[in-house]
Design a protein around this ligand. Structure first.
Ligand code: CMP
Length: 137
């Protein structure tokens, strides 16, 4: 079924000049970018995005890192896109991510891992609504 998912290029991905490369991979795969914006997240927004990790030992570091510079947020549409994009991105720990995946090709650190994508349809809905108005989609 056609779905929509939320993807965010994290500050390390933006700083390292990987925006074009990453968007290009999604386009070449045949997925459609239906919304796109660069933002510098506030603490409040970052805490909302990552509320499920509140209380974990890496939470503070995670919030500091994702607010350290601009991120690029997008909504991507395609057949079974939630799972397809997760597979293109690779494991959270890039050391476990196979070559050919975005993290497997561009990252080594579990915290600075270049990109985020929603892991379910429900989360996709929630996360895209933090950054995009219904009218933008
Ligand atoms: P992401 O897919 O954006 O979702 C939650 C993020 O928390 C994850 O990518 C990692 O960047 C970060 N994260 C998860 N586990 C750890 C960990 N053990 N140490 C540091 N950061 C982590």
């Amino acid at each position: 079924a056609v779905q929509r998912t939320f993807v965010m290029i994290k500050p390390d991905g933006v700083k390292r000049g990987l925006i074009g490369e990453i968007i290009s991979r999604f386009e070449k795969r045949g997925l459609k970018i239906i919304a796109l914006k660069m933002v510098k997240m506030s603490r409040e927004t970052a805490e909302r995005l990552y509320e499920e990790h509140k209380g974990k030992n890496f939470f503070e570091d995670l919030i500091n890192y994702v607010t350290s510079g601009p991120v690029v947020c997008m909504v991507i549409e395609g057949d079974e896109v939630v799972q397809v994009v997760r597979r293109m991105i690779g494991n959270t720990d890039p050391k476990e991510a196979p070559p050919g995946t975005i993290r497997g090709d561009y990252a080594l650190s579990k915290s600075e891992n270049v990109i985020h994508a929603s892991d379910s349809l429900e989360k996709a809905q929630r996360e895209m609504s933090i950054f995009f108005d219904k009218l933008d989609l």
